[in-house]
Design a binder for this molecule. Structure first.
Ligand code: TA6
Length: 301
């Protein structure tokens, strides 16, 4: 029995869940609830789409995204783990860690009494991952589809010594026009401006977008809002277990270079990423578990 057939045999439900092989070896769970539809790739436990009933998609997925084993997906909710950005000492290792480009195991799938649907994925270590990161650990990604999209990343240190954990939910949000979009909730936070050589600055007022924007904010407060007048909505982001927030839009030149945004793709997206990055990485003690959660919902602007 192939993987898709086995997953359908173990977990599928005519009501809310089935699995398909989107491309060769790339399996996706398709979810339908009374509140929203969603799709999640087994690779990276990667939410690819989330669309509340009667609304535009909340999560952006490039029309030019590639779906192939080992290749990161342009859009959705990539899991950056167990480091954020470039590896601290080995440039040969994948940016944003390996979690998003390896297969995760689906360990539970159920409809809750309130008709939300919850899937739990776990990343078991392998020789390949241990070679990149030798710490005994497990990480679970719990995804709940309802009127909100909820994601919880839980890392447990199974070893006898502490380790440093960097991570992010690298979420791509769909907007009507980035040039009209602003982000509130980061006022007065210090940030690293990666477009200005890593200079440290302080956010004055709302964040707006007129060029490539790539910032890591610190001391963030677990609540920010994406104001999107072009689509007439505000996306509300709440989070726990994260004191850093990354804001990114590649703008025209970088998006074109990346090759999987498509023409003007950058105009329809913004990344707002709850993270533990740079100053905010986690030192996880033996036996301890760190949970980082995010909830995303949209309200009328
Ligand atoms: O989160 C922002 C960022 O670190 C940018 O610097 C850019 O590299 C982006 O992530 C996308 O990275 P990726 O590896 O997914 O192409």
């Amino acid at each position: 029995m192939n993987q898709t057939a086995e997953l359908n045999h173990r977990f599928a439900s005519a009501d809310f869940l089935n699995f398909e092989e989107k491309t060769d070896g790339f399996v996706v769970a398709n979810l339908t609830t009374p509140f929203a539809t969603a799709s999640i790739a087994l690779q990276g436990a990667h939410v690819m789409t989330y669309q509340p009933a009667g609304q535009p998609p909340l999560i952006w997925l490039s029309k030019f995204a590639k779906f192939a084993p080992g290749k990161s997906i342009r859009g959705g909710v990539p899991v950056c783990w167990p480091w954020f950005g470039a590896h601290a000492t080995d440039a040969k290792l994948p940016g944003h860690g390996f979690a998003r480009t390896v297969p995760w195991d689906l360990v539970d799938a159920r409809m809750l009494p309130d008709q939300r649907v919850r899937l739990v994925f776990e990343l078991e270590q392998s020789d390949a991952t241990r070679a990149q990161w030798p710490h005994a650990s497990t990480v679970k990604n719990t995804i709940t589809i309802g009127q909100e999209l909820e994601v919880e990343l839980a890392t447990t240190n199974l070893g006898a010594s502490p380790f440093e954990l960097g991570q992010a939910l690298h979420t791509y949000f769909e907007v009507g026009d980035i040039r009209q979009t602003t982000i509130s909730g980061l006022e007065d936070c210090e940030f690293i401006d990666k477009v200005a050589g890593g200079a440290r600055k302080t956010q004055q007022g709302a964040v707006n977008f007129t060029q490539e924007t790539d910032r890591v904010y610190f001391g963030t407060r677990g609540h920010c809002e994406i104001r999107d007048p072009a689509l007439g909505r505000t996306i509300v982001i709440t989070s726990t277990g994260s004191r850093s927030t990354v804001v990114w839009n590649p703008w025209t030149e970088k998006a074109d270079k990346m090759g999987d945004f498509g023409p003007d793709g950058h105009l329809a997206m913004v990344c707002v990423e709850n993270a533990n990055a740079v100053d905010d990485v986690i030192q996880l003690a033996p036996g301890a578990t760190h949970r980082m959660t995010a909830q995303y919902r949209s309200i009328k602007a």
